[in-house]
Design a binder for this molecule. Structure first.
Ligand code: HEC
Ligand code: HEC
Ligand code: HEC
Ligand code: HEC
Ligand code: HEC
Ligand code: HEC
Length: 310
């Protein structure tokens, strides 16, 4: 080898090394997250002057080696998505779960620890459509519900209703008795159970409406009755999906599982997935929401007062 060739080799290697060091340098001192955060801070008046730092949400539940993580679970998505006002605007209004408890990955998937967008966004559900398409299997839902429960164990009672949440983390819709009965009766599926409930339960609300205390009561009084005598009552909003104790009062909102049950009408859907999901959504403890011993104390108070007046 001539001396020139050696020199050229040496030069090439030095240039390469320099290049690598430069890239490393840039990544180390001006990583992607800092660039993103700077851009977000410039965008928003109320973030002005904020120090650049890694922002993370501590999540409940221990990380497991089997999930390629250990120790504390965190979502660091907010390191780049730091502008909370912007996030709130991008999200549906009625998301039942606060970011600071549930983080981001529970709905969006992705990799919560990563600080570069490419690995962070890998396997992510980017928007509504992706969430809906990605989560049409019973196992995906069950995984999400379990995760929701782990993230907020103190609210176990409320989160017994984790199965009330659909693929986008919003409340599922109640499809109504007609939908369930139509399909189940038409195909002679479990007709006894269906017949029994449709005979005894659906019309009871009319009876309630004729009660003297109900008629005399104001909206706040009536709301107490809705809790047990309607289906899909939302205490926070004071609205219900339908009157009376319908199928979904016990089986939970049917938006997703009844959709999956379409299987027998259309082979594209998988009945077994719907069945599995309906099974997972049902829990006997739901009876205790309404069948409590002192459920009619307010009625007793009303009637006692009426009796005293006489
Ligand atoms: C290193 C910074 C960074 C991190 C970390 C990061 N993102 Fe992003 N994300 C961005 C940027 C920048 C965009 C805008 C990209 C674009 O417009 O193409 C974006 C876009 C998005 C979008 C909009 C959909 C899309 O594809 O344009 C969603 C949803 C999102 N990120 C969620 C997440 C979630 C969830 C995490 C955590 C698992 C996360 N991001 C972590 C920088 C980041
Ligand atoms: C409860 C579920 C849920 C959680 C938790 C959640 N998101 Fe979302 N996110 C959604 C849904 C649903 C949409 C779609 C909104 C729509 O299309 O109206 C969305 C939309 C977005 C978008 C806009 C995507 C687009 O293409 O328009 C971004 C960015 C985003 N989320 C980031 C985040 C980040 C960052 C976090 C954590 C701080 C987070 N989200 C937590 C459900 C969630
Ligand atoms: C499009 C038709 C269709 C609709 C709509 C529908 N179902 Fe089903 N459902 C089925 C089929 C098919 C099965 C499977 C029956 C079987 O083989 O036992 C099933 C099974 C079930 C099961 C049994 C799950 C198990 O334990 O295996 C329940 C519970 C159920 N449906 C409740 C409902 C309720 C409540 C609604 C309304 C919210 C509803 N279904 C709407 C078709 C439907
Ligand atoms: C915590 C749940 C709960 C609340 C709140 C509640 N109910 Fe009830 N109600 C039930 C249950 C369960 C039954 C069926 C068992 C029974 O007969 O006691 C029932 C039965 C009834 C019946 C008898 C129906 C019949 O003819 O068999 C009437 C009438 C009634 N409720 C009226 C009301 C009115 C009016 C209110 C509101 C002021 C109300 N209830 C609030 C749970 C509740
Ligand atoms: C008061 C509560 C309640 C109501 C209302 C109710 N169900 Fe059920 N349903 C149950 C219980 C409890 C089971 C048994 C679940 C179990 O053992 O896992 C069941 C089981 C079922 C099954 C599976 C039956 C089987 O033999 O395996 C179907 C299908 C079903 N229900 C459909 C319906 C439909 C359709 C309606 C509305 C017409 C309805 N249910 C209303 C409580 C209810
Ligand atoms: C949303 C509230 C609610 C839930 C949840 C609920 N019930 Fe009821 N249940 C009622 C009301 C209200 C009545 C009285 C209806 C009426 O006026 O006849 C009732 C009546 C009954 C009756 C009286 C029998 C009949 O056919 O008239 C039985 C038995 C019963 N429920 C069992 C159950 C079981 C078992 C569960 C759980 C799988 C359950 N209920 C869940 C509200 C509820």
């Amino acid at each position: 080898m001539g001396p020139y060739v050696k020199l050229i080799w040496l030069l090439t290697i030095s240039v390469l090394l320099l290049g690598v060091s430069l890239v490393w340098f840039c990544k180390e001192f001006n990583p992607e997250w800092k660039q993103c955060q700077r851009a977000e801070i410039e965008d928003n008046e109320s973030l002005k002057g904020k120090k650049l730092e890694i922002k993370q949400i501590l999540l409940k539940g221990e990380g497991l080696w089997s999930h390629q993580e250990s120790g504390q679970r965190v979502d660091r998505c907010m390191t780049c998505h730091i502008d909370e006002d912007k996030l709130v605007k991008l999200h549906p209004k009625d998301l039942p779960i606060p970011f600071d408890v549930y983080g981001c990955t529970v709905c969006h998937g992705g990799n919560g620890r990563a600080l570069e967008s490419e690995p962070a966004h890998e396997h992510m559900y980017a928007d509504r459509e992706a969430m809906e398409e990605g989560r049409y299997s019973a196992d995906e839902f069950i995984k999400m519900w379990k995760r929701l429960r782990d993230l907020n164990p103190e609210e176990e009672i409320r989160l017994r209703r984790e199965s009330f949440l659909g693929p986008t983390g919003q409340y599922q819709l109640y499809v109504g008795n007609d939908e369930c009965v139509g399909c189940h009766k038409e195909n002679d599926m479990h007709p006894d159970h269906v017949k029994r409930w449709s005979n005894t339960k659906f019309k009871t609300f009319e009876r309630i409406q004729k009660e003297p205390d109900y008629q005399a009561g104001d909206e706040n009084y009536k709301k107490q009755c809705y809790k047990c005598h309607t289906t899909g009552y939302r205490e926070d909003k004071g609205i219900y999906a339908s009157e009376g104790v319908g199928c979904e009062a016990c089986h939970g909102p049917g938006e997703v599982y009844s959709y999956l049950m379409q299987g027998f009408r259309d082979e594209e859907y998988d009945i077994a997935q719907g069945q599995k999901l309906a099974k997972a959504s049902f829990d006997f403890s739901i009876c205790g929401d309404c069948h409590i011993p002192k459920r009619h104390e307010m009625r007793k108070a009303y009637f006692e007062k009426q009796a005293q007046k006489k």
